[in-house]
Design a protein around this ligand. Sequence first.
Ligand code: PMP
Length: 370
Amino acid sequence: MKTFTPSRTVQIHGLAQKKRSLGEKIYNFSAGDPLIKVHPSITDRIKKELSSNEFPYPPLKGLAELREKAAAWMGWNMENIIVTPGGKFAIYAACTVLLEPQDEVLIAAPYWGSFPEIVKIAGGEPIIIPAKKITGKDLRLHASKKTKMLIFNNACNPTGTLYNREEIGDILQTAQSLGLTVISDEVYSELVYEGAFVSAAEFNEYKENVITIQSGSKSFAMPGCRIGFLGAPAKIAETVSLLQSQSTTGTSLPSQWGALGALDNKESVTRYVRDAMKKRRDHFVRTFNRLFDDKIEAPASALYAFVPLSHFKTSLNSVDFCEKLLDKYNILIVPGSVFGDGSAVRFSFAEEEKMIVDGLEALKKAAEAL
Ligand code: PMP
């Protein structure tokens, strides 16, 4: 029987929910999604469509109207867009379609923990490049004859790193010269607090080798709907839809209606989510820097602060540190080893502001006692 490594972040999030259901107060710094009420544009659209009382199979590639709107958002044409049950499945589908056994895939660390696992499930081999911000030079140094792909994450989970136009151009140009396909995971594109987001799909000269990934989970704060998008050259998009025809049979219709509600009101929905998350980020950074001697910089994007363990003056490794905090103090932080860098831990600032303050104060006491 095959076996798969569980998503550690999903696992830890589950543990937080379990502790809560047992009535325990926990300080949850592990959330991977904006913990706010969903914008009414999303629920209103779902309610309106539901009133037809019809639930046919969805179109395999997604509703035409949704693909059109997603194409405008992501910088593709409609025929390049496939609606998927979540961004994670879009990455999984792209890897499954493109990778042959033993193909190597470059991934910069710290990385989102599912990247290497998805590559392995698809039969490929992840090659980890330790680089908070990857460059064309890094690709040249780590590519071999077997290298087929780069998984590039802009804006980045867990570090909040944001790439500018020049940096992306350098990466795409080098990838093309090495014959690599680039999967550009852009699911945090609307959660950018400083600087401007640039999509890999904006580079027409490299588009033949580029796949972009989007999601409703972060930008529209609707992760429970499981809706994502793949933008890819038409042949790849077509093959992903064939994979869907033999696996998911497309994406749940109510989720697609919700995404339509979000994209029809994209400016107000994304501003609503971004403003709330920026407030929480600022609150997190301000409180952290008030309590701890070693200060942190505000992450430019996404939902996380990736903080070196040295800030807590602990001799424990990241897993032991997080396990102790959870067991003894009900503080949930994700060990950096989950992201390929055990020298740090990841805090999510997506929770309510009171939890952030109470949790950091509890952490300050706990870190002194550990
Ligand atoms: N990419 C990154 C970098 C993520 O952090 C996540 C979720 N945590 C995803 C993709 C997947 O998002 P979803 O499947 O919910 O769309």
